[in-house]
Design a protein around this ligand. Structure first.
Ligand SMILES: C[S@@+](CC[C@H](N)C(=O)[O-])C[C@H]1O[C@@H](n2cnc3c(N)ncnc32)[C@H](O)[C@@H]1O
Length: 245
């Protein structure tokens, strides 16, 4: 290959990588005030018992109580999880990052009500083009959002990029294993009645996540399928944990 051709290829790959990671214009038809208000209602009603146990479980698992650092919740919606995490940690700053900016007032209100407004922020962010520098976050979490990311591989590579070395990501959907079975049953039956019961193939999702981890050469990962010891048939969801070296 001659020199000008090589330079051409380098310029082209650089341009493609910049284009791939540049922000897409968020669809004003999808990311509406109506959608944000509607999900805020769900998070404060039917889904509300889910967040505190999940936050408790994350704080315990990753020893966050006295840790100092930055946590980001991607697709955090009205900020319920960020606020529950802020309430249980003393020195971490939590950033609720969502593509729908109409959630921002809900996040601030929720943080103010819980008296943690000084440790919770809210920003506009597309998971596929995160507005954070490399090696910024100690922990990245996300609940119930990754299924909406059009280019999941790009989003996961963005999460990996913004994690500090030694940082961890916990991305998934559903519940944590410490959620009592009666509560999980109540949430699932409310979702069935309202037509909001999530329908997805767990095995396909596991396959998809494994392919992405392989493509990104992330070897240190685990896929969790929490289960209740009392009833294995209730779907507690699926979570991907990965670490940055
Ligand atoms: C079902 S809600 C879950 C909200 C929150 N994580 C919770 O558990 O309460 C899905 C969220 O993902 C957000 N979302 C969808 N696509 C996104 C993207 N590409 N980047 C960031 N957030 C996104 C939506 O705006 C919405 O707030």
């Amino acid at each position: 290959m001659n020199k000008p051709m090589l330079i051409g290829i380098i310029i082209l790959s650089f341009t493609l990588s910049v284009v791939a990671q540049s922000l897409q214009f968020p669809s004003p038809e999808t990311y509406t005030k109506e959608n944000a208000d509607k999900f805020h209602k769900t998070a404060t009603n039917g889904l509300s018992p889910v967040y505190a146990p999940l936050a408790e479980w994350l704080v315990e698992k990753f020893q966050l109580k006295e840790k100092e650092g930055i946590g980001i919740d991607i697709g955090g919606g009205p900020g319920t999880l960020s606020v529950e995490l802020a309430r249980r940690t003393n020195r971490m700053f939590w950033i609720n990052a969502d593509i729908n900016t109409f959630y921002i007032p809900h996040v601030f209100q929720c943080a103010k009500d819980a008296d943690v407004a000084h440790r919770v922020g809210a920003v506009f962010a597309d998971a596929q083009a995160l507005p954070f520098r490399d090696h910024y976050a100690d922990l990245v979490v996300s609940r119930g959002s990754f299924q909406f990311w059009k280019d999941k591989q790009l989003a996961f590579s963005e999460i990996y990029r913004v994690l500090k070395s030694g940082g961890v990501a916990f991305i998934g959907r559903g519940f944590s294993e410490n959620l009592p079975i009666e509560v999980a049953n109540q949430v699932r039956s409310r979702q069935t009645k309202s037509g909001g019961m999530p329908k997805y193939d767990v095995n396909d999702t596991i396959k998809e996540l494994k392919i992405i981890m392989l493509a990104l050469s992330i070897n240190e990962y685990a896929i969790h399928r929490p289960k209740s010891p009392e009833n294995e048939n209730v779907n507690y969801g699926i979570w991907l944990e990965f670490h940055k070296k």
